[in-house]
Design a binder for this molecule. Structure first.
Ligand SMILES: [Zn+2]
Length: 494
């Protein structure tokens, strides 16, 4: 199939994309959903298996209590209602990586329904995306198509993953753009990570996403025929796949064709989706209640116990950080994106004179150096104590921002904490007013135009003079004193 012909913005603007997402999330339980096998990624093929997850005749499933608790926690974190008595069903289909010939899932009575995830829309306004349902099920094994000498003629099966507990989270078709889909996934992942129910590691398949997408003319009231884009392994690629798929479908309709209901795979190398198999109106999975499991009853008391472990969620945390520490919404969002990171910030912010300064050092100086060095926060040579000291010294004007950068560079180069480097390399500072005034005079004389602007009422020009004197002093002028003297001199010059 040729690449999508470029469509004009006018044509694209006539259509409304409609997107719904199905997200599968592996739960971080110690053992599998219905047996005692260890629930762990990897391992020698077919070593984490037993008669139950191998589907041997006569083996009976026993539901993992921790999986239920994680499902309830995840469901409540996305605002779902919990069904007190949910029912497991058999979803029947044949596939080599599913030895029982069916998957234990939930069908008409899922454990949770009617949740919501709030995303920013194109204008940055909050938009509520409905979550239709969250249900429990088990993962299948894996077919291995590559990596063996006879891979050209054979496929191997690894059943270590078979029986891993999953929750499937299905959204309403409320998403209207690939960006909204990206935001939905980002928020959902953030919430799941906060609750600790999954590591959401997409590379290892602990979070997988399928997207249903259709387009309709904006003047239409009926949704168009949807295609399903399967198993894209990063949020960025999902956005790209949706962008491609939306344009492809519009192209088909513009050419007078019709969109076929089918599953499509994203090919990242080619940047396009291609047809996997056409899908009948609905698969006949012949669902029926799982006879070997009683209805799952999660009563009020058990729910109460589970919810006692509910952490503060990202949205609440962002709001509280702004309120408590007077930091920007942007900084609060960056901090709250990672629960541990936000916790660390709070420990330091409570001890420092200026929480804003701590946020700025943590988010720019420290984060940037960690990234360059390929380090995790736990590996940073600069401890929280070091960050507090650095923030306090900078805030008090004892060191300039340039000196701060130099000291941090040394910390990261030598692997020493800030207190150690600071006490050894304490930067030279010019704290003598007379010397600083001389330099200010020099800069004032050299920049009559800026003096004119200041005199004209543009007071912000003082920052220019501070910068120039700082440069002249090779970053050694005491910043607090310099600020004060520049304003004094400029005002005197008027
Ligand atoms: Zn097992």
């Amino acid at each position: 199939m040729p690449a999508v012909a470029a469509l004009s913005p006018e044509v694209l603007a006539r259509y409304q994309p409609v997107i719904g997402l199905e997200v599968h999330v592996q739960l971080l339980t110690k053992t599998k959903a219905f047996c005692g096998c260890i629930n762990e990624y990897g391992g020698e093929p077919n070593t984490h298996v037993c008669p139950t997850c191998l589907g041997l005749p006569g083996a009976l499933p026993v539901l993992n209590k921790q999986a239920v608790e994680f499902a309830v926690l995840a469901a409540k974190a996305i605002g779902c209602e919990i069904r007190e008595a949910s029912v497991f069903s058999r979803k029947n289909y044949f596939y080599p990586d599913s030895p029982k010939g069916y998957q234990i899932s939930q069908f008409d009575k899922p454990i949770a329904e009617n949740g919501v995830i709030v995303v920013p829309d194109a204008e940055g306004q909050p938009k509520r995306i409905g979550v239709t349902r969250l249900h429990m099920e088990e993962d299948a094994g894996k077919s291995l198509h590559d990596g063996f000498a006879d891979s050209a003629s054979r496929t191997y099966i690894d059943l270590n993953r078979c029986g891993t507990p999953l929750v499937e989270i299905v959204s309403e078709p409320d998403l209207r753009t690939p960006d909204e889909a990206f935001e939905y996934l980002t928020r959902l992942k953030e919430i799941l990570l906060y609750t600790g129910v999954s590591d959401c590691n997409m590379e290892e398949g602990s979070l997988r996403c399928d997207a249903n997408v259709s387009v309709m003319l904006k003047t239409d009231t009926q949704y168009g025929t949807k295609a399903e884009v399967k198993n894209v392994n990063s949020f960025r690629y999902i956005r790209a796949a949706l962008e491609y798929e939306i344009e492809r479908q519009i192209g088909v309709l513009e050419d007078g064709g019709r969109v076929v209901q089918e599953s499509r795979l994203w090919n990242n190398a080619e940047g396009r989706t291609f047809s996997m198999r056409s899908k009948e109106q609905a698969h006949d999975y012949r669902y029926f209640p799982e006879p070997d499991l009683p209805p799952l009853v999660v009563g009020t008391e058990w729910q109460r116990q589970i919810l006692a472990d509910m952490p503060e969620l990202p949205e609440a945390k962002r709001a509280r950080l702004v309120e408590a520490y007077a930091i920007s919404a942007q900084d609060a969002a960056t901090l709250a994106a990672d629960r541990d990171f936000a916790d660390r910030f709070e420990i330091a912010a409570k001890r420092a004179k200026s929480p804003r300064r701590v946020a700025s050092i943590l988010l720019s100086e420290i984060t940037m150096r960690l990234r360059v060095g390929g380090l995790q926060f736990g590996q940073s040579p600069v401890t929280l104590d070091g960050i507090v000291l650095a923030a306090d010294l900078t805030e008090a004007g004892e060191i300039s921002s340039k000196q701060l950068k130099q000291l941090l560079d040394t910390c990261f180069a030598e692997g020493h904490d800030f207190a150690h480097v600071y006490s050894r390399d304490k930067p030279q500072q010019i704290t003598d007013s007379y010397t600083i005034e001389m330099m200010i005079d020099e800069v004032i004389a050299a920049n009559p135009k800026q003096v004119e602007q200041y005199r004209g009422g543009k007071k912000t020009v003082s920052a220019f003079f501070v910068g120039q004197v700082m440069k002249l002093s090779k970053g050694q002028a005491n910043p607090a004193l310099l600020n004060e003297l520049v304003v004094k001199k400029l005002d005197a010059a008027v």
